[in-house]
Design a protein around this ligand. Structure first.
Ligand code: SF4
Length: 231
């Protein structure tokens, strides 16, 4: 894959599978919304679609060395801890990404109705997960044309991939260009943002490390290994 940094912006109605993510997060089937919620589910979604967009930045880098406690990229940036070397053991390149729901914080502050606030929050999470899932599939489709594949997606702070790796990710990607910044305690603003890495591996590599094996949901997984943005 070409080593370059790419920025994409997408309107929210681009993410056609967002209802699946929303249902997983809220338990609500958009084809059968319980009457007790009135119009708040749809109102919150309309508000999001009218006012927000997804910004994505991703970049492919060559891996110089992958050791037990750190993975060093050709640009000399490092991912550290036990997991990067395990995630990227068969990879020669790594794609880093940030996806962010631009304008979410301002819109959430303007929303006064409690029910609508709740559903705006849930739609926000659903759209970011949908964007992350789309990006994973988009990268995979490009790799398949090159006879390559990818690992699962791994996010700093989840599945034992150390949160401190956010710093390296943000230095690499400069997501400030899509309106996403990192706070002193390594949280992303807007809060409705996702970040992570995926390794690029030969198509015949099958024994990939699985996020589910490190996921707190375990057997109670609401995604049942379908529609999870990490996979
Ligand atoms: S599929 Fe379920 S268990 Fe696996 S990473 Fe996703 S949420 Fe966790």
């Amino acid at each position: 894959m070409k080593t370059e940094r790419i920025i994409l912006r997408k309107k929210l109605d681009f993410f056609e599978d967002v209802n699946d993510y929303f249902q997983r997060l809220s338990g609500i089937d958009m084809a059968d919304i319980p009457a007790k919620y009135g119009s708040s589910v749809e109102d919150a979604r309309e508000k999001a679609v009218e006012n927000l967009e997804i910004g994505m930045v991703y970049q492919c880098d060559n891996i110089e060395t992958a050791g037990e406690t750190e993975v060093v990229l050709e640009c000399q940036e490092k991912f550290t801890g036990d997991m990067p070397g395990r995630i990227l053991k068969d990879a020669r390149q790594v794609v880093s990404f940030v996806a962010s729901l631009c304008g979410y914080g301002e819109l959430a502050e303007q929303t006064e109705d409690i029910m609508e606030q709740y559903f705006l929050d849930t739609w926000g999470s659903a759209y970011v997960e949908a964007a992350q899932g789309w990006l994973g599939r988009h990268v995979l489709a490009g790799l398949k044309e090159e006879g390559m594949s990818r690992t699962h997606l791994w996010s700093p702070g989840q599945h034992q991939f150390a949160l401190s790796n956010q710093k390296a990710l943000f230095r690499l990607l400069k997501p400030e260009d899509i309106g996403c910044r990192l706070t002193g305690n390594l949280m992303m603003v807007p809060v409705k943002s996702a970040s992570g890495i995926m390794g690029i591996v030969p198509e015949d590599v099958k024994d990939l490390l699985l996020p589910c094996d490190f996921c707190p949901y375990g057997a109670a997984c609401p995604a049942s290994k379908r529609g999870c943005a990490e996979l």
